[in-house]
Write a protein that binds this ligand. Sequence first.
Ligand code: ATP
Ligand code: RIB
Length: 311
Amino acid sequence: MGNTVLILGSFVVDVAFRAARLPAWGETIMGSNFALGPGGKGSNQAVAAARAGASVSFFSKVADDTFGQLARATWAAEGIDSTLTGTSEVATGAAAILLDERSGENAIIVVPGACFTLTPAEVEAAAPAIRATSVFLAQLELPLDTVAAGLRIARDAGVTTILNPAPAPASLPDELDELICLADYFIPNETEAAILTGLPVLSIDQAERAADALLGRGARNVILTLGARGSLLRSAGESTLIPAFNAGPVLETTGAGDAFCGAFAAALASGQSAAGAARFASAAAGISVTRPGTAPSMPHRAEIEALLNRS
Ligand code: ATP
Ligand code: RIB
């Protein structure tokens, strides 16, 4: 069971456009670059965890269409076990990623498609596989009751649970409180933490207060990612600030959170402490932002260790 990570999450195809600015409604503008590749927070995190050295199972749904074939080819190339991933009649989804060509900032629309048809009953049918993993990781690009079903099974079996509440829902259903309680590690970014707590998250002090609010709602540990400022690990009155790593010029930060979560899960599964795993994850994310794309930007374990050794 050691070193195994099971990820319940989304696959979509990322369609990324670089342009000088966002178009207004009704307007067409010329962009400077286009790329199409595998994405979806769940699948990106699966690629990150596999490249970071874990034995990874990915649980989702895709259609038997061109995008679904890209998904299955990606997982096969990365050595990710996708036997739990079923086939949906609904087309595989896509994400429109608009990138500011100067700042690298992004605006994203996700239409999850096939993966959003995964039901709680289908997750319950996979309970033996969930109980057998050492770390279980989920995000919020699937229906909340589907995510809750997976977390409940993992928690009842004593499996370490990680929830990356991304994207944070605009309205906050009661179900979210149960999800927070089921997380051994709850990993929001600044925006998600602010939405979930209603508190501003602009400074480290404010990040601590938001993390405490999430601990108060039942998360066992919170890791609040803070972009180029690194991340804050907060557990019952104790804070560890994990610095970001400078691995070269920053090209595209899309997927940095996925690199962090996938690598963190892999490091925990390999037996590292939470602080050690967060440092490993920070190095992985620091490398990913120097490369274009999401899943393709995830670094391999040897690169992460080399960066850690020279820092
Ligand atoms: P995204 O939505 O762009 O995928 P995110 O907003 O979920 O990312 P961030 O908090 O921006 O997540 O970044 C996650 C982690 O990635 C940070 O905690 C940090 O370790 C690393 N990181 C992000 N931006 C940079 C950067 N410019 N330089 C180095 N590391 C970075
Ligand atoms: O976290 C980045 C991911 O979010 C992208 O790959 C896109 O698919 C969206 O789901």
